[in-house]
Design a protein around this ligand. Structure first.
Ligand code: C2O
Ligand code: CU
Ligand code: CU
Length: 491
């Protein structure tokens, strides 16, 4: 059947377009593998010294079928780092890859000198030893490779992990916090696999333009796992670690759950939801009640995010699966002790954003580099992506922000929805397409999905000089690598 989409893309791209819309489809999901929980590295328990090794490895995404991958001291992904707020930590990052890499602390309010962006390159065989602390509210952050022009493929192969900032007060908050038992990290990613089970990565211009979409969703590096959980309230720390795929997540029985934290910290109160949209880079912590003891599935749900953007055809590529697809199962077990039975009524997240002391306003436009109108213009733009009409250049500082000030940024997307990210700050969403931010996005954020226009309140409380500027970019990693990124100092 000839659809609008097939005419638009031409037949060569058809197979790819079909893939972009599918969730778990390569094989019938089996749910026989237990959810792997990344090892917890508690910095305090090891004298505040943390070592991570970036290396090539072999990893079994499917049972008993190891294939080439990358990992941080693991076959795929990395350990979950537990850091106490304000504790100085000595990091040792070794690069055992055959290519340069970096480790970026996504969501960390840490200075440009140690932020791990493209200017903190570690050569093959090299080592990087930054000492610093996370002095910011408790949150589920993450770390990932961020080398110049090669972020997408390195993250795709496995160079990412979670980083928890804690103040040891979750019992007072009434929140589950037994890591791996009633507090589960879930790194969700879509991947494409070849017939032999190895990871496939599409380097075509179409994949650069749209971002890399896989046909299979993996959780913590495996396909279709199950997790035993207590028959009570369980905390799930969700990260959309996909390169490009926007996920809408919910449960097969449409049970309600409560969001307790957005990207960079707790909300002021739990927000009741039935599903949540997560763009690449976004995190959401949720509480789910499994007291009924019923097995239930986390699903990737259909959605139309993206279709409201300027170019409907491109937006269509960003939509969800045709129908709900199971991603993993939760199996409540009576033997696992229940700690939390109720949702807390309140949390200690921030109140209404204070816009009374705004220093300046800035505009950010996310779009491909254009050489004319429409699709042809994009082709003539050489497949480069841009931010405010310029493609990223390591040797150009795009703007300067003043340390200790707060700015309002108006960010606009063109042609498709872009998840927009800023290093070195946690921002607040003032409006999304003219409307106030929904409650579950009203807390501290560092990524926001921009379909049309969002307004952000952005404080700059830590410095970055011209040798180690902060980045701001689209978190579709192919767009970032293709230049939809700018760098700025905070002085
Ligand atoms: Cu998640 Cu510039 O990065
Ligand atoms: Cu970041
Ligand atoms: Cu983008």
């Amino acid at each position: 059947m000839l659809t609008r989409r097939s005419v638009f893309l031409g037949s060569a791209a058809l197979a790819w377009a079909g893939m972009a819309r599918t969730g778990v489809s390569r094989a019938q999901p089996v749910f026989k593998v237990r959810l792997p929980v990344p090892r917890l590295v508690d910095a305090r328990a090891q004298d505040h010294a943390v070592e991570i090794v970036a290396r090539a490895a072999q990893h079994a995404f499917w049972p008993d079928a190891p294939v080439p991958s990358y990992g941080f001291s693991a076959s795929y992904l990395g350990p979950t780092l537990l850091l106490r707020r304000g504790d100085d930590t000595r990091f040792t990052i070794r690069n055992e890859l055959k290519e340069p890499t970096t480790v970026h602390w996504h969501g960390g309010i840490v200075s440009g000198a140690v932020d791990g962006g493209p200017h903190n390159s570690i050569q093959p065989g090299g080592v990087w030893r930054p000492n610093f602390k996370f002095d910011q509210p408790p949150a589920t952050l993450w770390y990932h490779a961020h080398p110049h022009g090669a972020t997408a493929l390195q993250v795709y192969l496995g160079l990412a992990g979670l980083l928890l900032v804690s103040d040891d007060r979750d019992s007072e908050r009434g929140l589950p916090h037994d890591y791996g038992v009633d507090d589960l990290p879930l790194v969700l990613q879509d991947r494409a696999f070849r017939r032999d089970g190895s990871l496939a990565y599409d380097r075509s211009p179409m994949a650069t333009m749209m971002g890399m979409f896989g046909d299979t969703i993996i959780v913590n590096g495996v396909v279709a796992p199950f997790a035993p959980v207590p028959k009570g309230v369980v905390r799930l720390r969700l990260l959309n670690g996909s390169n490009a795929r926007i996920l809408r997540l919910g449960f097969d029985d449409r049970r309600v759950f409560h969001a307790i934290a957005s990207d960079a910290g707790y909300l002021a109160a739990p927000a009741q939801l039935k599903d949540v949209v997560l763009a690449p880079g976004e995190r959401c912590e949720i509480l789910v009640n499994f007291a009924d003891g019923k097995t239930c599935a986390l699903q990737s749900l259909p959605h139309n995010v993206g279709t409201r953007s300027g170019m409907p055809m491109m937006g269509m590529m960003q939509t969800g699966p045709e129908r709900a697809e199971p991603v993993m199962l939760f199996k409540p077990e009576a033997e696992i002790p229940v700690v939390a039975r109720e949702m807390p009524a309140k949390l200690d997240g921030p109140g209404a954003p204070d816009t009374s002391k705004v220093a300046i306003r800035r505009d950010v436009l996310l779009q491909p580099m254009l050489g004319g109108m429409g699709m042809m213009g994009m082709m003539r733009g050489g497949g480069r992506m841009g931010l405010n009409g310029r493609s990223f250049d390591m040797n150009r500082i795009d703007f300067e922000a003043k340390l200790g000030t707060t700015e309002i940024w108006t960010v606009r997307s063109q042609m498709m929805a872009h998840p927009f990210h800023i290093h070195g700050t946690s921002f607040r969403i003032l409006s999304i397409d003219g409307a106030p931010s929904p409650v579950h996005l009203a807390g501290l954020k560092d990524v926001v999905l921009v379909e049309d226009t969002v307004e952000l309140l952005v404080p700059f409380n830590i410095g970055a000089d011209k040798d180690h500027p902060f980045m701001t970019h689209c978190h579709i990693l192919e767009h970032e690598d293709a230049g939809m990124m700018a760098q700025f100092t905070v002085v």
